[in-house]
Write a protein that binds this ligand. Sequence first.
Ligand code: HEC
Length: 118
Amino acid sequence: MKTALSMLALALGVGIIFQGLASGADVAKGKAAFQQYCASCHGSAGKGDSPAAAALNPKPRDLSDKTYAASLKDPYLLQIIKGGGAAVKKSPLMPAIGNTLKEDQIQDVIAYLRSLAK
Ligand code: HEC
């Protein structure tokens, strides 16, 4: 009986760990996607300092600024990245990426953005 219980506890524990891994966004993958799809405008570290940013009006803000980044909530980030600036009444020059990246890939990008703001 005792063995059965500890087996059950072990199975539950392993299950919880795997569930955590499955739902956890991947910062490294998010970084790679950001470099590929976003850095041309946002700069490789999200500071809005790419050469192209100089020509944008309004310019992308510094997404690594802790206070500013904290004011941007996750659902909003998901919406603007998925639907582009126009979806949230911001600059239409911020493109929609929802047809290129799946939602979990966008979550990885958001995790990367969060990792920049420290
Ligand atoms: C063609 C240039 C361009 C590309 C590529 C681009 N953006 Fe943007 N992005 C912008 C501009 C311009 C703004 C500023 C919009 C505004 O403030 O009206 C912006 C704003 C944002 C904001 C901030 C919104 C706010 O309220 O300050 C986030 C977050 C963002 N972009 C994420 C991304 C991500 C993630 C990618 C890649 C998947 C990406 N962008 C690709 C141009 C771009």
